[in-house]
Ligand binder design. Structure first.
Ligand code: ATP
Ligand code: MG
Length: 337
Protein backbone atom coordinates (compact mmCIF):
# COMPACT_ATOMS: atom_id res chain seq x y z
CA UNK A 1 0.00 0.00 0.00
CA UNK A 2 2.76 2.49 1.01
CA UNK A 3 4.86 1.36 -1.98
CA UNK A 4 1.88 1.92 -4.28
CA UNK A 5 1.33 5.36 -2.78
CA UNK A 6 4.99 6.32 -3.26
CA UNK A 7 4.83 5.21 -6.89
CA UNK A 8 1.62 7.18 -7.57
CA UNK A 9 1.53 10.37 -9.61
CA UNK A 10 3.22 13.08 -7.44
CA UNK A 11 0.39 15.45 -8.31
CA UNK A 12 -2.15 12.98 -6.93
CA UNK A 13 -0.14 12.69 -3.71
CA UNK A 14 0.06 16.48 -3.50
CA UNK A 15 -3.72 16.81 -3.90
CA UNK A 16 -4.33 14.18 -1.20
CA UNK A 17 -1.97 16.01 1.21
CA UNK A 18 -3.56 19.33 0.23
CA UNK A 19 -7.07 18.03 0.99
CA UNK A 20 -5.89 16.37 4.21
CA UNK A 21 -4.33 19.61 5.51
CA UNK A 22 -7.49 21.64 4.77
CA UNK A 23 -9.84 19.05 6.31
CA UNK A 24 -7.57 18.81 9.36
CA UNK A 25 -7.45 22.61 9.79
CA UNK A 26 -11.26 22.75 9.61
CA UNK A 27 -11.52 19.86 12.09
CA UNK A 28 -9.19 21.66 14.55
CA UNK A 29 -11.30 24.80 14.15
CA UNK A 30 -14.43 22.85 14.99
CA UNK A 31 -12.74 21.25 18.06
CA UNK A 32 -11.65 24.68 19.31
CA UNK A 33 -15.20 26.00 18.98
CA UNK A 34 -16.72 23.07 20.85
CA UNK A 35 -14.01 23.22 23.55
CA UNK A 36 -14.68 26.92 24.03
CA UNK A 37 -18.41 26.26 24.27
CA UNK A 38 -18.06 23.44 26.80
CA UNK A 39 -15.75 25.59 28.98
CA UNK A 40 -18.35 28.38 28.81
CA UNK A 41 -21.22 26.05 29.74
CA UNK A 42 -19.29 24.52 32.65
CA UNK A 43 -18.36 27.97 33.95
CA UNK A 44 -21.98 29.19 33.71
CA UNK A 45 -23.26 26.05 35.43
CA UNK A 46 -20.71 26.25 38.26
CA UNK A 47 -21.14 29.98 38.87
CA UNK A 48 -24.93 29.50 38.57
CA UNK A 49 -24.98 26.85 41.34
CA UNK A 50 -22.83 29.02 43.61
CA UNK A 51 -24.98 32.06 42.86
CA UNK A 52 -28.32 30.30 43.54
CA UNK A 53 -26.96 29.02 46.87
CA UNK A 54 -26.17 32.56 48.05
CA UNK A 55 -29.13 34.23 46.24
CA UNK A 56 -32.01 31.74 46.18
CA UNK A 57 -34.79 32.52 43.72
CA UNK A 58 -32.70 34.95 41.60
CA UNK A 59 -31.68 34.27 37.97
CA UNK A 60 -27.88 34.07 37.47
CA UNK A 61 -28.23 35.02 33.75
CA UNK A 62 -29.47 38.47 34.70
CA UNK A 63 -26.30 39.29 36.71
CA UNK A 64 -23.28 41.32 35.56
CA UNK A 65 -21.01 38.33 36.31
CA UNK A 66 -22.86 36.24 33.72
CA UNK A 67 -22.57 39.15 31.27
CA UNK A 68 -18.76 39.11 31.69
CA UNK A 69 -18.55 35.31 31.15
CA UNK A 70 -20.84 35.51 28.10
CA UNK A 71 -19.01 38.38 26.42
CA UNK A 72 -15.66 36.62 27.02
CA UNK A 73 -17.11 33.50 25.37
CA UNK A 74 -18.31 35.53 22.36
CA UNK A 75 -14.93 37.31 22.06
CA UNK A 76 -13.15 33.97 22.01
CA UNK A 77 -15.53 32.61 19.37
CA UNK A 78 -14.84 35.65 17.18
CA UNK A 79 -11.09 35.29 17.73
CA UNK A 80 -11.15 31.61 16.70
CA UNK A 81 -13.24 32.49 13.64
CA UNK A 82 -11.03 35.39 12.51
CA UNK A 83 -7.65 33.80 13.24
CA UNK A 84 -8.82 30.49 11.82
CA UNK A 85 -10.02 32.14 8.58
CA UNK A 86 -6.76 34.10 8.16
CA UNK A 87 -4.79 30.90 8.80
CA UNK A 88 -6.84 28.89 6.28
CA UNK A 89 -6.69 31.63 3.61
CA UNK A 90 -2.89 31.95 4.02
CA UNK A 91 -2.48 28.19 3.97
CA UNK A 92 -4.58 27.80 0.79
CA UNK A 93 -2.66 30.65 -0.89
CA UNK A 94 0.65 29.02 0.11
CA UNK A 95 -0.44 25.58 -1.06
CA UNK A 96 -1.69 26.95 -4.40
CA UNK A 97 1.66 28.68 -4.90
CA UNK A 98 3.52 25.46 -4.10
CA UNK A 99 1.21 23.62 -6.53
CA UNK A 100 2.04 26.10 -9.31
CA UNK A 101 5.79 25.77 -8.76
CA UNK A 102 5.45 22.00 -8.50
CA UNK A 103 3.49 21.87 -11.78
CA UNK A 104 6.11 23.99 -13.54
CA UNK A 105 8.88 21.71 -12.25
CA UNK A 106 7.05 18.59 -13.47
CA UNK A 107 6.49 20.15 -16.92
CA UNK A 108 10.15 21.16 -17.10
CA UNK A 109 11.30 17.67 -16.10
CA UNK A 110 9.00 16.18 -18.78
CA UNK A 111 10.32 18.59 -21.42
CA UNK A 112 13.92 17.84 -20.48
CA UNK A 113 13.20 14.13 -20.69
CA UNK A 114 11.69 14.68 -24.16
CA UNK A 115 14.72 16.74 -25.13
CA UNK A 116 17.18 14.08 -23.98
CA UNK A 117 15.24 11.36 -25.81
CA UNK A 118 15.04 13.33 -29.02
CA UNK A 119 18.57 14.70 -28.94
CA UNK A 120 20.05 11.25 -28.40
CA UNK A 121 18.15 10.05 -31.43
CA UNK A 122 18.91 13.19 -33.47
CA UNK A 123 22.64 12.86 -32.82
CA UNK A 124 22.92 9.13 -33.09
CA UNK A 125 21.11 8.46 -36.34
CA UNK A 126 23.01 10.87 -38.66
CA UNK A 127 26.32 9.87 -37.04
CA UNK A 128 25.62 6.17 -37.65
CA UNK A 129 24.63 6.83 -41.28
CA UNK A 130 27.73 8.94 -41.93
CA UNK A 131 29.95 6.30 -40.29
CA UNK A 132 28.38 3.52 -42.35
CA UNK A 133 28.73 5.49 -45.60
CA UNK A 134 32.39 6.29 -44.92
CA UNK A 135 33.15 2.66 -44.01
CA UNK A 136 31.51 1.48 -47.22
CA UNK A 137 33.42 4.04 -49.27
CA UNK A 138 36.72 2.94 -47.70
CA UNK A 139 36.12 -0.82 -47.99
CA UNK A 140 34.42 -1.10 -51.37
CA UNK A 141 35.11 0.15 -54.82
CA UNK A 142 31.79 1.69 -55.78
CA UNK A 143 30.65 3.18 -59.04
CA UNK A 144 30.90 6.93 -59.33
CA UNK A 145 27.13 7.43 -59.20
CA UNK A 146 26.80 5.34 -56.02
CA UNK A 147 29.70 7.19 -54.45
CA UNK A 148 28.11 10.55 -55.26
CA UNK A 149 24.78 9.41 -53.74
CA UNK A 150 26.48 8.29 -50.54
CA UNK A 151 28.50 11.46 -50.20
CA UNK A 152 25.38 13.53 -50.89
CA UNK A 153 23.47 11.65 -48.19
CA UNK A 154 26.31 12.14 -45.71
CA UNK A 155 26.45 15.85 -46.50
CA UNK A 156 22.68 16.10 -45.84
CA UNK A 157 23.18 14.37 -42.49
CA UNK A 158 26.06 16.67 -41.64
CA UNK A 159 23.90 19.66 -42.48
CA UNK A 160 21.22 18.35 -40.13
CA UNK A 161 23.79 17.89 -37.38
CA UNK A 162 25.11 21.38 -37.99
CA UNK A 163 21.58 22.81 -37.72
CA UNK A 164 21.03 20.95 -34.47
CA UNK A 165 24.31 22.15 -32.95
CA UNK A 166 23.54 25.73 -34.12
CA UNK A 167 20.14 25.59 -32.42
CA UNK A 168 21.63 24.32 -29.16
CA UNK A 169 24.32 27.02 -29.23
CA UNK A 170 21.78 29.74 -30.03
CA UNK A 171 19.46 28.61 -27.24
CA UNK A 172 22.36 28.64 -24.76
CA UNK A 173 23.50 32.06 -26.02
CA UNK A 174 20.02 33.56 -25.67
CA UNK A 175 19.77 32.50 -22.07
CA UNK A 176 22.76 34.55 -21.07
CA UNK A 177 22.17 38.15 -20.05
CA UNK A 178 24.76 39.29 -22.59
CA UNK A 179 23.32 37.38 -25.53
CA UNK A 180 26.10 38.66 -27.79
CA UNK A 181 23.93 39.42 -30.84
CA UNK A 182 25.21 42.25 -32.94
CA UNK A 183 22.97 45.02 -34.22
CA UNK A 184 23.95 45.49 -37.81
CA UNK A 185 22.10 46.77 -40.83
CA UNK A 186 21.54 43.49 -42.68
CA UNK A 187 19.89 42.76 -46.00
CA UNK A 188 17.18 40.45 -44.75
CA UNK A 189 15.76 39.94 -48.25
CA UNK A 190 19.06 38.37 -49.30
CA UNK A 191 19.10 36.12 -46.20
CA UNK A 192 15.53 34.94 -46.84
CA UNK A 193 16.31 34.14 -50.48
CA UNK A 194 19.56 32.33 -49.65
CA UNK A 195 17.97 30.19 -46.93
CA UNK A 196 15.03 29.27 -49.16
CA UNK A 197 17.34 28.43 -52.04
CA UNK A 198 19.48 26.21 -49.82
CA UNK A 199 16.45 24.41 -48.49
CA UNK A 200 14.48 24.22 -51.74
CA UNK A 201 16.02 20.88 -52.71
CA UNK A 202 14.54 18.75 -49.97
CA UNK A 203 13.87 15.04 -49.89
CA UNK A 204 10.09 15.55 -49.64
CA UNK A 205 9.96 17.48 -52.90
CA UNK A 206 8.23 20.42 -51.19
CA UNK A 207 8.41 23.51 -53.36
CA UNK A 208 9.47 26.72 -51.59
CA UNK A 209 8.06 29.83 -53.33
CA UNK A 210 9.61 33.14 -52.30
CA UNK A 211 8.18 36.60 -52.80
CA UNK A 212 10.68 39.19 -51.62
CA UNK A 213 12.19 42.45 -52.85
CA UNK A 214 15.83 42.35 -53.96
CA UNK A 215 16.88 44.39 -51.00
CA UNK A 216 15.32 45.08 -47.62
CA UNK A 217 17.60 46.43 -44.94
CA UNK A 218 16.76 46.00 -41.27
CA UNK A 219 18.59 45.97 -37.98
CA UNK A 220 19.53 42.49 -36.89
CA UNK A 221 22.14 39.81 -36.35
CA UNK A 222 23.16 37.94 -39.48
CA UNK A 223 23.48 34.48 -37.93
CA UNK A 224 20.52 35.00 -35.60
CA UNK A 225 18.15 36.09 -38.36
CA UNK A 226 19.39 33.29 -40.65
CA UNK A 227 18.53 30.82 -37.88
CA UNK A 228 15.03 32.35 -37.51
CA UNK A 229 14.25 31.98 -41.22
CA UNK A 230 15.85 28.53 -41.33
CA UNK A 231 13.75 27.26 -38.42
CA UNK A 232 10.47 28.63 -39.79
CA UNK A 233 11.00 27.31 -43.32
CA UNK A 234 12.35 23.96 -42.09
CA UNK A 235 9.26 23.55 -39.91
CA UNK A 236 6.96 24.42 -42.80
CA UNK A 237 8.60 21.69 -44.90
CA UNK A 238 8.84 19.16 -42.07
CA UNK A 239 5.15 19.41 -41.14
CA UNK A 240 3.89 19.43 -44.77
CA UNK A 241 2.94 16.51 -47.00
CA UNK A 242 5.23 15.53 -49.86
CA UNK A 243 5.24 17.70 -53.00
CA UNK A 244 3.21 20.49 -51.38
CA UNK A 245 4.01 24.20 -51.54
CA UNK A 246 5.49 26.44 -48.86
CA UNK A 247 5.06 30.19 -49.44
CA UNK A 248 7.51 32.69 -47.99
CA UNK A 249 6.84 36.41 -48.35
CA UNK A 250 8.77 39.42 -47.16
CA UNK A 251 7.36 42.94 -47.15
CA UNK A 252 8.09 46.32 -45.74
CA UNK A 253 4.96 47.71 -44.04
CA UNK A 254 5.22 51.17 -42.44
CA UNK A 255 8.40 51.01 -40.41
CA UNK A 256 8.30 47.22 -39.99
CA UNK A 257 9.50 44.26 -41.99
CA UNK A 258 6.95 41.47 -42.16
CA UNK A 259 7.94 37.89 -42.91
CA UNK A 260 5.23 35.27 -43.53
CA UNK A 261 5.84 31.54 -43.87
CA UNK A 262 2.75 29.54 -44.89
CA UNK A 263 2.30 25.84 -45.45
CA UNK A 264 -0.52 23.41 -46.18
CA UNK A 265 0.65 20.87 -43.65
CA UNK A 266 -0.78 19.20 -40.58
CA UNK A 267 -1.61 22.50 -38.83
CA UNK A 268 -1.38 23.29 -35.13
CA UNK A 269 -4.41 22.79 -32.82
CA UNK A 270 -5.55 26.06 -31.15
CA UNK A 271 -4.77 24.82 -27.63
CA UNK A 272 -1.15 24.10 -28.67
CA UNK A 273 -0.47 27.46 -30.30
CA UNK A 274 0.67 29.19 -27.12
CA UNK A 275 2.85 26.25 -26.03
CA UNK A 276 4.90 25.63 -29.18
CA UNK A 277 7.29 28.50 -28.35
CA UNK A 278 8.30 26.91 -25.03
CA UNK A 279 11.77 25.40 -24.82
CA UNK A 280 11.84 21.67 -25.80
CA UNK A 281 8.07 21.66 -26.45
CA UNK A 282 6.83 19.45 -29.27
CA UNK A 283 3.19 18.65 -30.06
CA UNK A 284 2.29 15.03 -29.18
CA UNK A 285 4.63 12.72 -27.35
CA UNK A 286 7.95 11.07 -28.14
CA UNK A 287 6.41 7.62 -28.71
CA UNK A 288 3.73 8.66 -31.18
CA UNK A 289 5.55 11.43 -33.05
CA UNK A 290 6.79 10.61 -36.53
CA UNK A 291 8.88 13.73 -37.19
CA UNK A 292 12.32 14.38 -35.74
CA UNK A 293 13.29 17.40 -33.70
CA UNK A 294 14.23 18.77 -30.32
CA UNK A 295 11.61 21.49 -29.77
CA UNK A 296 14.23 24.25 -29.77
CA UNK A 297 13.49 25.86 -33.16
CA UNK A 298 10.50 28.05 -32.27
CA UNK A 299 11.97 28.87 -28.85
CA UNK A 300 14.95 30.40 -30.66
CA UNK A 301 12.67 32.25 -33.10
CA UNK A 302 10.59 33.73 -30.27
CA UNK A 303 13.64 34.73 -28.23
CA UNK A 304 15.27 36.45 -31.21
CA UNK A 305 12.04 38.35 -31.94
CA UNK A 306 11.81 39.43 -28.27
CA UNK A 307 15.43 40.64 -28.24
CA UNK A 308 14.83 42.69 -31.38
CA UNK A 309 11.49 44.13 -30.16
CA UNK A 310 9.39 42.35 -32.77
CA UNK A 311 6.28 40.19 -32.58
CA UNK A 312 5.27 36.74 -33.81
CA UNK A 313 1.79 35.39 -34.60
CA UNK A 314 0.63 31.97 -35.67
CA UNK A 315 -2.58 31.47 -37.69
CA UNK A 316 -4.39 28.63 -39.37
CA UNK A 317 -3.76 28.70 -43.10
CA UNK A 318 -6.51 28.04 -45.69
CA UNK A 319 -7.61 25.37 -46.59
CA UNK A 320 -5.20 23.75 -44.11
CA UNK A 321 -1.80 24.22 -42.52
CA UNK A 322 -0.18 27.07 -40.68
CA UNK A 323 1.07 30.62 -41.24
CA UNK A 324 3.77 32.15 -39.07
CA UNK A 325 4.03 35.92 -39.28
CA UNK A 326 6.89 37.86 -37.77
CA UNK A 327 7.15 41.64 -37.56
CA UNK A 328 10.45 43.35 -36.82
CA UNK A 329 11.14 47.07 -36.61
CA UNK A 330 13.26 47.99 -39.64
CA UNK A 331 15.41 50.26 -37.58
CA UNK A 332 16.13 49.54 -33.98
CA UNK A 333 17.75 52.10 -31.72
CA UNK A 334 20.72 51.22 -29.49
CA UNK A 335 18.69 51.78 -26.29
CA UNK A 336 18.29 48.83 -23.88
CA UNK A 337 20.30 46.56 -26.15
P1 ATP B 1 13.58 21.40 -33.89
O1 ATP B 1 14.24 21.79 -32.60
O2 ATP B 1 14.37 20.44 -34.65
O3 ATP B 1 13.12 22.58 -34.67
P2 ATP B 1 10.77 20.90 -33.69
O4 ATP B 1 10.54 21.30 -35.12
O5 ATP B 1 9.94 19.78 -33.19
O6 ATP B 1 12.29 20.57 -33.44
P3 ATP B 1 9.99 23.59 -33.01
O7 ATP B 1 10.48 24.09 -34.30
O8 ATP B 1 10.27 24.38 -31.79
O9 ATP B 1 10.52 22.12 -32.72
O10 ATP B 1 8.41 23.42 -33.09
C1 ATP B 1 7.69 23.03 -31.95
C2 ATP B 1 6.49 22.20 -32.35
O11 ATP B 1 5.52 23.03 -33.02
C3 ATP B 1 6.81 21.10 -33.33
O12 ATP B 1 7.20 19.92 -32.66
C4 ATP B 1 5.49 20.91 -34.08
O13 ATP B 1 4.66 20.04 -33.35
C5 ATP B 1 4.87 22.30 -34.05
N1 ATP B 1 5.07 23.02 -35.32
C6 ATP B 1 6.00 23.96 -35.58
N2 ATP B 1 5.87 24.45 -36.83
C7 ATP B 1 4.82 23.81 -37.39
C8 ATP B 1 4.18 23.85 -38.67
N3 ATP B 1 4.58 24.66 -39.64
N4 ATP B 1 3.11 23.03 -38.87
C9 ATP B 1 2.67 22.20 -37.89
N5 ATP B 1 3.24 22.10 -36.66
C10 ATP B 1 4.30 22.88 -36.41
MG1 MG C 1 11.60 23.07 -35.83
Amino acid sequence: MIKQLLRADPFKIFHIVFGYIIVFALWWGYLLFSKNESVYREKVELQGIMFSKSNPGEDFKSTAEYGVIHSKYKRQCLMILLEGSVFIVLMIAGLLRVRKVFKREIELAQQQKNFLLSITHELKSPLSTIKLSLQTLVKRKLEEEQQARMIGGSLDDLQRLEGLVDNILFAAKMEQEQHGFSMDAINIAEIVCKVCERISTNKKGVEVQVLAPAQLIATGDLLGFTSVVMNLVENAIKYSPEKSIVRVSLQSINSNVVLRVSDNGIGIPDEEKSKIFNKFYRVGNENTRTTKGTGLGLYIVKKYIEIFDGSIEVYNNQPCGTTFEIKLPAERKMTNF
